[in-house]
Write a protein that binds this ligand. Structure first.
Ligand SMILES: Cc1cc2nc3c(=O)[nH]c(=O)nc-3n(C[C@H](O)[C@H](O)[C@H](O)COP(=O)(O)OP(=O)(O)OC[C@H]3O[C@@H](n4cnc5c(N)ncnc54)[C@H](O)[C@@H]3O)c2cc1C
Length: 557
């Protein structure tokens, strides 16, 4: 297994910068960078520093702090012409796919829906299916000309619906779903979904780390990190990316890797989707893997305190091959349950030894246990809830057998184990679900995903993915059956917010940028920590007019 730590321990390295990247920080020390910013910006204004800015776009000028800047960076422009039907038809004619879906056209409702039914009210002005970087550039030229809002969509799983926007253009990259192998690399189109990535990898006896949801898009996942069963072994998905093709705001399609546009490359590995441009393809390092042991364990709720204590001392510190998710959940009005599930990339006997160490810490074995060896693909299909349906039906679109489940979620990274009081808070929040009336099929849960291993080896500044010291990632979640009675759903969301507020003081203050949370006030620090400042400078270089924007998008510095 290769160590994909990438920048492990290396952090930023002093290196000569390409002209377009001067002033962007990751290639120098943070201190050197901060000293250099002012000089670079001044020099830039006179020397055409922002190579990729279009003529109308403004150069970087230092401004007030982030929160005061939001209004200031919105470009002030003369009223743009409204696109006519002929303009839209011309756009359609320029797309290699010929596919542009507009309101009132056949298939519009299907085309505009994201994975999350809560955002079914969004009414984009058009959904452009892009098959090439040139298609993307054509769309960007269109939105610049007509001053339209633009959003990028790969798998459509944004927790906040930010891959769509009413009255704007969606650039949908799903037609770009190719897969090609070369040595220990795989290059994939940005619109490939995870289960098709995994099945292509499995056919070659290799794997890359990724999430467990089968229909998440590789681009949205990798741009914000990517955490799943192989992350402790191989790092985040973004850690295995060795190159990307990105169409930036002025329509140029750029290769970014360690030597070409390295700061854009740095930002695109954890800086979050939709911020810097439209990724059209990604190259990732593969690792040999054909089998995975899968375990599912459960304990009675009465043992929860012991299990949680033991899990915290075990899962984040276990061998890299182990993944582990501790889940506590309850249906609204019902009783709580506790399970521990995961995988081990090793033989069955070694898996059992890992689990026995856990049982020893608890002082007893589980009430129910299933531990078995599976092929890598079957393991991922089990994670995806697709093990008993055909691969072709493992999605929630037409012909798919997976439901679109409405949900509302928040996240916290924890860098210290929960002690007695915090464990009490953790459990009582789930127990409270019993006394609340929720929507039909409503449930509340918290899951802890073990971090550590290869995920924590790179330095916090090696890539834009800053969360390198967590023991585990918590996801607070509430789900219901679509559409859900309004007041019941509001009560469930209220429960979740209260629960989050009660446990959040025990967390690190960091949150996962792939679980975007519109409630988060200090999201720049929670998602990006000290890397946010650097991300704003990369944004300045590649999207100074802030074409790619959404409520929590990175702003030009
Ligand atoms: C049911 C479910 C399960 C999940 N499970 C996991 C998990 O196991 N592990 C994990 O780490 N995360 C998980 N996630 C979170 C997931 O990683 C993020 O929501 C991710 O951003 C989704 O990517 P997407 O392409 O599917 O979504 P989209 O909604 O298409 O995109 C998400 C964001 O990325 C931007 N974006 C999309 N494509 C591009 C592109 N080509 N170029 C530039 N920007 C782009 C969008 O504009 C948007 O801001 C899960 C989410 C859901 C809803």
């Amino acid at each position: 297994m290769s160590d994909t730590g990438g920048g492990a321990g290396g952090g930023p390295t002093p290196a000569a910068q390409p002209a377009a990247e001067q002033g962007a920080p990751p290639r120098t020390s943070r201190r050197e960078f901060l000293i250099g910013v002012g000089t670079a910006s001044v020099a830039a204004a006179g020397a055409g520093y922002i190579t990729y800015a279009t003529r109308n776009e403004r150069l970087y000028t230092p401004g007030p702090p982030h929160s005061k800047r939001v209004a200031a960076v919105r470009p002030v422009v003369a009223a743009a012409p409204k696109p006519t039907r002929a303009d839209w038809d011309a756009l359609r004619a320029h797309l290699s796919t010929g596919r542009l879906v507009r309101p009132h056209e056949h298939g519009y409702d299907q085309a505009r829906h994201l994975f999350e039914p809560r955002f079914d009210h969004l009414q984009p002005a058009g959904i452009a299916y892009c098959g090439t970087g040139a298609d993307v550039a054509t769309c960007l030229s269109f939105v610049r000309r007509f001053q339209l809002a633009v959003r990028v969509r790969s798998g459509g799983h944004s927790y906040a619906g930010w891959s769509s926007v009413t009255a704007g253009l969606i650039i949908d990259v799903s037609p770009m779903n190719s897969v090609s192998f070369a040595g220990d690399s795989v290059t994939v189109g940005a619109g490939l979904d995870l289960i098709h990535l995994y099945s292509s990898l499995a056919a070659r006896g290799v794997a890359v780390p990724g999430g467990s949801c089968p229909t998440v898009g590789i681009a949205g996942l990798a741009l914000g990190g990517g955490i799943g069963p192989l992350t402790r072994l191989l790092g985040t998905t973004s850690d295995t990316v060795t190159a990307m093709e990105v169409v930036v705001a002025n329509g140029s399609e750029l290769t970014c890797d360690e030597t070409q546009n390295p700061n854009l490359f740095w930002a695109c590995r954890g800086g979050g989707g939709g911020n810097f441009g439209v990724t059209t393809s990604l190259t990732l390092t593969t690792s040999s893997l054909t089998e995975l042991c899968v375990y599912i364990l459960s304990w009675p709720w009465s043992q929860a305190t012991k299990v949680i204590r033991a899990w915290q001392s075990w899962a984040p510190h276990a061998g890299d091959g182990l993944s582990s998710t501790l889940r506590m959940s309850a249906p609204f009005g019902g009783s709580p349950t506790l399970s521990v599930t995961g995988t081990y990339a090793g033989p069955l006997r070694a898996t059992e030894r890992q689990l026995e160490a856990f049982y020893d810490l608890i002082g007893s074995g589980p009430a129910a246990a299933s531990v078995r060896k599976e092929s890598y693909l079957n393991g991922m299909l089990l994670e995806a809830d697709c093990s008993s349906i055909p691969l072709a039906a493992c999605h929630s679109g037409p012909g798919g057998l997976l439901p679109r489940v409405p949900s509302f979620a928040k996240s916290d990274f924890f860098t210290r184990p929960l002690r007695t009081h915090a464990i009490r808070v953790l459990l009582s929040g789930i127990e409270r679900v019993a006394s609340i009336k929720g929507a039909t099929g409503g449930a509340g849960s918290i899951t802890f995903e073990a971090c550590g291993g290869a995920m924590n080896r790179p330095s916090q500044s090696a890539t834009a993915f800053v969360h390198r010291d967590a023991l585990f990632l918590a996801q607070y979640s509430t789900t219901w059956t679509s559409p859900g009675a309004r007041n019941d759903v509001i009560r469930q969301q209220g429960w979740l917010r209260t629960y989050y507020q009660s446990l959040h003081p025990h967390a690190s203050g960091q949150a996962y940028q792939n679980y975007v949370d519109p409630d988060l006030a200090d999201w720049p620090s929670a998602y990006y920590g000290a890397n946010y400042r650097w991300l704003t400078l990369v944004k300045t270089s590649y999207d100074p007019a802030n074409i790619f924007q959404f409520p929590q998008s990175i702003l030009p510095g």
